[in-house]
Design a protein around this ligand. Structure first.
Ligand SMILES: Nc1nc2c(c(=O)[nH]1)N[C@H]1C(S)=C(S)[C@@H](COP(=O)(O)O)O[C@H]1N2
Ligand SMILES: [Mo]
Length: 438
């Protein structure tokens, strides 16, 4: 297993290395055997994690996991989130069960969270006062922008429904398994984002002809506490960066972006792996070569250039950087496992297709033998997911499955089988749910 996958939950970390665990969550002064003054990211983070300040924190013995966290990551509650399945508390990783993704616009409380590092202290406090970002590199003039510059500067403010999907969404379907978060189908969301176009800001700086790629930087500290290490810094080719649908966003569903989703400002690069959408944005660096930041290189967010049989060891040079996500859909109603459903029933969900649009949607209730066309709405704006609905009639009571399959505007369909790759990315196999009919 590569070191990249050493994401350890807080319970595991307390077992293996209590001093580091203390330091990670409390920012404790290491030489003291009691937690000193709880300052910095640790205290703010813990306050947010526990949902309250810790007035008597100085009495807590070192190496003692707070009881609120002592069960498991699953019992950990992310502030402001509701009903999510939590995979890890450090970094925070949580997905949305499919039936809670039924809204056309995903509410803040239901948008998944994928963090690679710690949440910045200022974000935990929802303090935007010190925020600024830099745009530099292969541009005519570098820019430093404040929140006011974005909100009331020269840039048009736009509001768009945009889907963000983690590149690893669906990873739990891989066999042999791929390490990393075992996402099912819910590492995807479609919120209403407000911000300025990344392209407008790039144009105002004047992109030089030498520009090749962007490099995105964020304020989230590395989990090791080592300030020289970077949690994640990815980028996109300059042509993609100039797409007018990418936003430098400062509102999510009309509210400040939640702390864990990138407060106060993040990129939204819809249609590409979520990792391109840098949270807690501090810099867009226009580069004269492919960006080589943290998790841009090695095998992160890369797939083999050709299809491989499950379990194949693929040489490093045969990997390519993931770009558009593939066509996909999810069934959001009814919930899988619903019992005693009516013999005439509406099923519905959403479909999306990365840089493409979904052009058709089909459902099957007989394990794929026959397919019924569903109604599929056009996206309200490019890169929004699309609503689909189908009326089903079940011939008699008993166990059924509903399978859902989207087709994109180039005729590419979701497969039944999982397109296995070593790191478990881009699984767009069909979503299926179980029902018993009354
Ligand atoms: N600064 C920063 N940006 C980040 C990440 C991160 O860990 N740090 N995670 C990325 C990944 S892998 C994904 S899938 C999306 C998830 O966005 P969300 O947590 O708002 O759902 O954010 C991306 N942006
Ligand atoms: Mo991701």
């Amino acid at each position: 297993m590569s070191d990249k996958r050493r994401e350890r939950g807080i319970c595991e970390l307390y077992q293996e290395d209590p001093e580091r665990a203390d330091f990670a969550i409390f920012g404790r002064v290491p030489e003291s055997n009691r937690r000193g003054f709880l300052k910095g990211a640790g205290l703010a983070t813990m306050g947010a994690v526990l949902g309250a300040a810790i007035p008597l924190h100085r009495n807590m013995p070192a190496g003692l996991i707070p009881a609120a966290l002592a069960q498991s990551a699953k019992d950990f509650k992310i502030q402001g989130k509701d009903g999510l399945t939590v995979y890890n508390d450090r970094p925070i990783n949580a997905e949305t069960p499919a039936h809670l993704l039924d809204d056309d616009i995903t509410p803040n409380a239901r948008h998944f969270v994928r963090n690679n590092g710690a949440v910045p202290e200022a974000a935990m406090k929802m303090d935007a006062s010190g925020w600024k970002m830099v745009l530099d590199g292969e541009v005519e003039k570098s820019l430093t922008l404040t929140l006011d510059d974005l909100r009331s500067g020269n840039f048009e403010i736009v509001k768009r429904a945009l889907q963000i999907e983690c590149g690893g969404n669906g990873r739990s379907g891989f066999n042999p398994p791929a390490s990393g978060n075992q996402w099912t189908v819910g590492a995807v969301g479609n919120a209403m984002w407000t911000g300025v176009r990344l392209a407008d800001v790039l144009k105002s700086a004047g992109v030089k002809s030498s520009a090749v790629y962007t490099g995105h930087e964020g304020a989230d500290p590395h989990l090791s506490g080592d300030p020289t290490k970077v949690s994640i810094s990815r980028g996109v080719p300059i042509a993609k960066a100039m797409d007018p649908n990418n936003l430098i966003a400062f509102e999510m569903n009309g509210e400040p972006i939640p702390a864990v989703n990138g407060f106060p400002v993040r990129l939204v690069i819809p249609g590409w792996p979520g990792s391109c959408s840098q949270k807690w944005l501090t810099r867009v660096w226009v580069r004269d070569k492919e960006h080589d930041g943290s998790k841009m290189t090695g095998m992160s967010y890369r797939v083999p250039k050709y299809n491989v049989a499950p379990g194949t060891k693929v040489p490093k040079e045969d990997f390519k950087i993931m770009e558009s996500m593939p066509v996909k859909s999810v069934i959001t109603a009814p919930a899988s496992g619903a019992e005693g459903v009516a013999r005439a029933l509406e099923v519905r969900g959403h479909a999306w297709a990365g840089d493409r649009t979904a052009a058709a949607m089909h459902v099957s209730t007989d394990f794929g033998a026959t397919w019924v066309k569903a109604d599929l709405s056009a996206p309200p704006n490019p890169y929004s997911w699309q609503r689909w609905r189908a009326k089903l009639a079940f011939p008699q009571h008993g166990y059924y499955e509903v399978w859902a399959r989207a087709t994109d505007d180039k005729g590419v369909m979701q497969p039944f089988a999982v397109n296995w790759n070593p790191r478990g990315y881009m699984n767009n196999s069909m979503h299926r749910i179980a029902l018993t009919v009354a």
